[in-house]
Design a binder for this molecule. Structure first.
Ligand code: WT7
Length: 585
């Protein structure tokens, strides 16, 4: 077997939604993709209506939409009809309180059924849904809810008391807090969601939204400044739906498991909207990763399509292929991966453990949906992200601040990965940050911030990030947010935060700290700072390690040179240090 190319499986084209990439790409148009959806009268479009209601209207209400598996293995099943009823109750609970079109509804929840009711009910009400990751600490939550101008929040009582109540008064616009898993004595100014839903009607007329109305607000991070709220509109469902068909090969009889958490965009685009829009059955597991449990779910639920992430695959690899082989996973026909570089060994390990490779694909919060993929009906090149989605023009460009963008057409030349804008799920703005948004578009290209190469077959190869953001277990972390939290500690004068390579998580967050006069480095202080960061940022964002430095390398304009910190950490050449300020004080 040759490992630089895994030949298309003989059965892969048969019955696939995309059987011949080149032929399909030639004739594809977004108009055709739009025509696959029902829409609302008068040119309206609503994500929740496309995902759930239209199946009920078409007589598919009895089909299993969502099977939820609790941490304790308890199962709750929702057909399209019962899911629609719960979604309607949620939408009514919002509408009764005057929560209306355009209002921002945040969630801070684990993978519980209410999260799915909230996401879809919010959209059906014409409001904007913004999911937060439940492992965020109070600071990332507060920053995002204040940028997003939250009107309502759905969370648990425990999260509320620990992560929100202490600062709630500072967010004047946050009028409604709905709680689940709550005690008899509700905290002041909160609403028991179960009670609110119980007394609400289970029918609801979808608020008429049009394709360009704001639907989803997903936060992402840059090198500097606050988190950015990527604005997505109802039209995004056109891309969620078609990428589900073309990349994930979703058919209505599929049992689909996306392991991503809806606190991040993969978990909403592909863990809610895409499988439902395609009328498939989706599996949701409340529990955290566990190799045996995952194989058991794949087997017991007869999962046919599995969308997961490199960190999880590497953890499965650690557990060994023989664990996989103990389970009959013959229902599984497509395995896809996203979110961080998938090393070629992991793709090949898929063949060893499951008899088929993982199909890597690429996208980002800003693109709203999958853009580049190793399609089922295509040879897989281990280590490559694949080829652009039909309808997407990608390129490798050279771009320097203040100069023109130049496309580089020669194979295997490194540059910034760029896309020609204009697909339905492209972000429409960074909320209230026009300048940052505009900076992403140069010379008719959207610049992704990733460095990549394209080979002579048109496959794209990820090289690294062009900026300083960190990818840890597939989660994007902005160094500035971590540095800011550290700087709040009384002992910290300066902080510089980088990602350092780690075999399973890809990267882990490491902080370098210079102390104020009067403080001395010690193991006790190091632990205190780690605890401080963890308490404020939460385990998903906080640094795993902190090192003390007398001074941090800075440019003459005072910016910490994270690249230099990283080069030194890894023993790499220091590169261009002409802007380095003397490190003596
Ligand atoms: C960044 C986007 C994947 C959507 C949800 C996360 C990195 C993503 C791959 C891949 C190498 C990848 C990129 C990208 N990334 N997929 N297949 N190979 N890197 O979206 O949090 O906005 O992250 O994740 O750096 O820009 P996100």
């Amino acid at each position: 077997m040759e490992w630089d190319r895994i030949r298309k499986r003989p059965d892969a084209g048969a019955g696939a939604n995309l059987a011949d990439y080149d032929a399909y790409a030639k004739t594809f148009s977004w108009e055709q993709a739009r025509a696959l959806l029902d829409g609302l009268p008068g040119g309206g479009l609503n994500i929740a209506s496309e995902a759930v209601e239209r199946h009920v209207k078409a007589g598919r209400g009895d089909k299993l939409a969502l099977r939820w598996i609790g941490r304790d293995d308890r199962i709750r099943d929702f057909t399209y009809a019962t899911l629609d009823a719960a979604v309607n109750r949620f939408a009514n609970a919002l509408a009764q309180r005057g929560i209306a079109k355009g209002d921002r509804i945040f969630s801070l929840l684990g993978r519980v059924p209410e999260l799915y009711f909230a996401a879809l009910g919010t959209l059906k009400n014409g409001s904007v849904f913004s999911p937060l990751f439940s492992a965020f600490g109070p600071e990332p939550i507060k920053a995002r809810m204040s940028i997003g101008d939250a009107r309502a929040l759905i969370t648990t009582e425990a999260f509320y008391r620990r992560k929100i109540e202490p600062w709630r008064k500072e967010l004047a616009g946050l009028k409604y807090v709905f709680l689940i898993e709550c005690s008899a004595s509700l905290p002041p100014d909160t609403i028991d969601l179960a009670a609110a839903m119980a007394q609400a009607s289970d029918s609801f007329e979808t608020v008429r939204t049009v394709p360009e109305d704001m639907a989803l607000l997903h936060f992402t991070s840059g090198t500097t400044g606050k988190p950015k709220g990527a604005v997505h509109v109802h039209e995004a469902v056109v891309a969620h739906n078609i990428t589900g068909k073309l990349v994930l090969d979703l058919h209505a009889d599929d049992i689909f498991w996306c392991t991503a958490d809806p606190g991040w965009i993969t978990g909403t685009s592909y863990g809610i909207i895409s499988p439902l829009a395609n009328g498939a059955t989706m599996i949701v597991d409340q529990a955290e990763f566990d190799a045996e449990r995952w194989y058991r779910i794949l087997h017991d639920q007869k999962v046919t399509i599995w969308y997961t992430a490199p960190t999880a695959i590497r953890m499965l690899m650690k557990a060994g292929a023989d664990v996989a082989k103990r389970f009959d996973l013959s229902n599984l026909r497509l395995m896809a991966s996203v979110g961080e570089p998938l090393n070629p060994e992991a793709v090949i390990w898929g063949v060893e453990a499951f008899g088929k490779p993982f199909h890597d694909n690429w996208w980002q919060t800003e693109t709203g949906g999958i853009m580049i993929s190793n399609f089922l009906a295509m040879d897989v090149k281990p280590g490559s992200m694949g080829r652009p989605l039909p309808g997407i023009t990608a390129g490798i460009v050279e771009h320097r601040e203040g100069s023109e963008v130049r496309e580089m057409t020669k194979p295997m030349v490194m540059g910034e990965l760029a896309l020609r804008p204009g697909w339905p799920s492209m972000m429409r703005a960074y909320l209230n940050e026009e300048a940052r948004y505009k900076k992403s578009f140069v010379g008719g290209w959207y610049l992704t911030g990733d460095l990549a190469m394209r080979d002579s077959d048109g496959y794209y190869w990820f090289v690294g990030r062009a900026d300083d953001v960190i990818k840890s277990s597939g989660h994007l972390i902005g160094p500035f947010e971590v540095e800011s939290a550290l700087m709040e500690h009384k002992a910290v004068a300066e902080a510089g935060v980088i990602g350092i390579p780690e075999p399973t998580a890809g990267e882990v967050v490491k902080a370098y700290v210079a102390l104020k006069d009067g403080f001395e480095p010690s193991e006790a202080l190091r632990k205190e700072l780690l605890g401080h960061a963890r308490q404020r940022l939460g385990p998903a964002v906080a640094p795993k390690d902190i090192a003390f430095r007398q001074n941090l390398p800075k440019t003459r304009s005072g910016k910490i040179m994270r690249r230099l910190l990283k080069a030194r950490e890894l023993g790499l050449p220091e590169g261009d240090i002409s802007t380095l300020e003397s490190e003596e004080r």
